[in-house]
Design a protein. Structure first.
Length: 134
């Protein structure tokens, strides 16, 4: 399941394409021994998220294409904020047992405090969305 309507599922990210985009090396994408009969989604998710984090660490946020994409897709920052909040509150839904919806001033304050983490989530979203070639 996708974590958002506009962001793709990280399990569908191709490690080979991350190599092609220069974010990973070929020797870094060799998968661990997975069963050929059953899927261990937790293990696959951990492996893929590790690859994504490594790719993010090499992603150039000063790239003009990234700035243009962010400008054309303003949902990224909101998605990143919601992802960050969900992680901080143990994946509980917003407004249920997790954080309550916040007004613009609280949102701005939170974004200012966690700008680096929000940017990292935005980069993950870019990779997940598949909407651009990085």
């Amino acid at each position: 399941m996708s974590p958002g309507a506009l962001a793709g599922n990280p399990l569908f990210i191709s490690p080979e394409l991350l190599v092609q985009d220069g974010l990973l090396r070929e020797d870094e994408i060799q998968p661990p021994e997975f069963s050929e009969y059953t899927v261990d989604y937790a293990a696959v998710t951990l492996w893929k998220e590790g690859l994504i984090r490594k790719g993010i660490s090499r992603f150039d946020t000063s790239d003009p294409d990234f700035a243009a994409y962010r400008a054309a897709h303003p949902w990224i920052e909101d998605y990143a904020l919601i992802s960050l909040l969900k992680k901080q509150y143990g994946q509980r839904g917003i407004g249920t047992t997790g954080p309550k919806p916040c007004g613009p001033s609280v949102r701005r304050s939170f974004l200012a405090q966690g700008r680096g983490r929000v940017m990292a989530e935005g980069k993950i979203t870019l990779l997940r969305s598949g909407a651009v070639s990085l």
